[in-house]
Design a protein around this ligand. Structure first.
Ligand code: 3UK
Length: 546
């Protein structure tokens, strides 16, 4: 094993014990990685060294005006930030640096500045308040932070709660005295990227899942590079001329991979926008002539519905690839998007624990209702409760092995996610006759009603076909006679109102679309559904509130 470059050994000291780690597979030739590796060398310095520094790397908007930085410009900013971290803020390799901000080019520069200095980047969701930042700062023992000036309040509040967070700088403010930008201006534009070991931790990504106390997932430099060599070249197949765009925050590994690591890994460019709701994303695709889009299924559905009524219709002719992840992609949403844009969605399931997508289908392999096939570099199977592989067609627990895998920071829940060398994602899946992986539900979301196993997402997909339904969530509700009944929470499209007649109509509609025993016996109309910051439906909240 290569010698660690980390002076502060906190991350290495808090890795799961070797016996609790998943098995790692490095079978592809492109996964034979060197012992020393730094993500910033691979994704940033390399292009400049190869004379490609003039290519556009990141595009942002400030006061409504677009601006772009080349690879050389992004690198110089990251270099200056690395200097500020080391000389002014006292960072030593291995220290954890909290990053807080909506997606902007400066946030990307900060990310690379931390990585170049050998620090560990800990991205946090922009909406988190001080009480939510506190457990993250404590758990990862964070000592440094770089924060968007417009989100300073909660960070200052968190600093009050966490005295170890001693060194903080703010960016994207007025750039005046005391700002990160002012300090950067006095620093040299070159910096020798710290020569980290491939298995030094580069980032800690926090996930709360849809419930519970946040877990920190540790990712080595090697994990990020391995992820760049699996799904993107084999499934997405982008080119250096692509311009990426999308909604997931860089604090979410879906966004960090899709909107920063993957485009830079091939020398492409990426548009980093602060406002990326469905209303904002469509015009942004047009404005920036974006070619590759990453967002969640509900966002594609909302954009497709908006396109149907849009006049004038935004010009989306630049767009060539659209990726859906974060939640199961209902077949009706895939069909709607294709009808609205002509584009077949690329579905992929990924997780914070595995960094990025491990089962997916390109346009040619897309099968409505199925997620896809194991991504080259990964193995996927379906296990029973005893950990035995199940035959095709039977529902069990999705299990994954590959070059990346779950490494929780000091967390007993490692033993839930990793069993027998497999990563268990918590999803119930079956493999169909074509070898396609078909999502059923989160394992703890399966509804058991009158002895039948019913997957909520299947009922949701049926309801989404009804012309009055904008969004819906289906859960099990306690019932004396049946144990549980299927209950649907429905958000109606504008112009529709809930009524007993509509409940009956939706129920009859479901009985036509899927096996009648699965129809929702209870239906409640809602203005909106509870979602996480990453856009996932919080079924547990529907269960407890409903
Ligand atoms: C669910 C999906 C069906 C599934 C993520 C792409 O979502 C990501 O990470 P999280 O840790 O959640 C993981 C869980 O989300 N899920 C995600 N994608 C799909 N279910 N079909 C899908 N296509 O329950 C999974 O276990 O928030 C997604 C890349 C990186 C990510 N971190």
């Amino acid at each position: 094993m290569a010698t660690s470059a980390h002076v502060d050994t906190f991350a290495r000291d808090h890795l799961p014990p070797p016996a609790a780690l998943p098995e790692f597979l490095f079978e592809l030739p492109e996964l034979q990685l060197p012992e020393r590796l730094n993500v910033a060398t691979e994704l940033l310095d390399r292009w400049v060294d190869q004379g490609q520094g003039g290519r556009t790397a990141v595009i942002g908007e400030r006061d409504g005006q677009p601006f772009a930085w080349t690879y050389a410009e992004l690198q110089q900013r990251a270099n200056r930030i690395a200097h500020v971290l080391v000389s002014h803020m006292g960072l030593v390799p291995g220290n954890r640096v909290l990053l807080r901000g909506a997606n902007t080019p400066m946030l990307a520069a900060c990310w690379f500045g931390v990585i170049k200095a050998g620090g560990i980047a800990v991205g946090t969701m922009p909406l988190l308040r001080e009480r939510e930042l506190q457990p993250i700062i404590d758990k990862a023992r964070i000592t440094h932070a770089l924060c968007d000036a417009r989100l300073a309040d909660a960070l200052r509040g968190a600093q009050g709660l966490c005295p170890q967070l001693a060194q903080v700088r703010f960016f994207n403010g007025d750039g005046g005295d005391g700002s990160l930008e002012a300090e950067m201006a006095a620093q040299p534009s070159s910096f020798a990227t710290v020569d980290t070991a491939a298995d030094d931790t580069a980032l800690i990504a926090f996930t709360s899942g849809t419930t519970g106390v946040p877990k920190g997932t540790m990712h080595f430099h090697r994990d990020v590079i391995a992820a760049c060599r699996c799904w993107p070249p084999h499934v997405l197949r982008p080119t250096p001329d692509d311009r990426f765009i999308g909604s997931p925050p860089l604090a979410f590994t879906f966004g960090l991979g899709g909107l920063l690591m993957f485009p830079l890994a091939i020398g492409a460019s990426t548009v980093l926008l602060e406002k990326v709701g469905p209303d904002a994303l469509l015009p942004a695709i047009e404005r920036h002539r974006a070619t590759v889009c990453f967002t969640a299924p509900t966002s594609y559905r909302a954009m497709a519905l908006a396109l149907a009524n849009a006049s004038p219709r935004p010009d989306l002719s630049s767009l060539r690839k659209c990726v859906s992840a974060g939640e199961a992609l209902p077949a009706p949403t895939r069909a709607l998007w294709k009808r609205a844009t002509g584009i077949e969605l690329i579905d992929g399931i990924g997780s914070t624990e595995l960094f990025h997508i491990f089962v997916s289908a390109d346009e040619a392999h897309a099968k409505p209702g199925a997620t896809g096939l194991p991504v080259p570099g990964y193995r996927a199977t379906v296990l029973d409760d005893q950990g035995r592989e199940l035959p095709r067609g039977q529902v069990g627990r999705l299990a994954i092995k590959g070059p990346t895998g779950c490494k929780y920071l000091a967390d007993e829940r490692q033993a839930n996610y990793v069993q027998g060398g497999w990563n268990l994602t918590g999803d119930a899946y079956l493999i169909d006759d074509d070898g396609q992986f078909v999502y059923q539900a989160r394992t703890d979301d399966m509804i058991i009603s009158g002895g039948y196993n019913i997957a909520g997402p299947e009922v949701e997909a049926a309801l989404l076909l009804h012309p009055a339904v904008a969004e819906c969530g289906v859960v099990g509700a306690a019932d004396e006679a049946r144990g549980q009944i299927v209950k649907a929470f429905v958000v109606l499209k504008p112009g529709h109102t809930g009524s007993d007649a509509l409940v009956k109509d939706l129920q009859d509609f479901c009985k036509q679309a899927i096996a009648p025993y699965k129809y929702p016996r209870a239906i409640e109309f809602r203005e909106a559904l509870p979602r996480t910051e990453t856009g996932k439906l919080q079924r547990f909240r529907l269960r407890t509130e409903g």
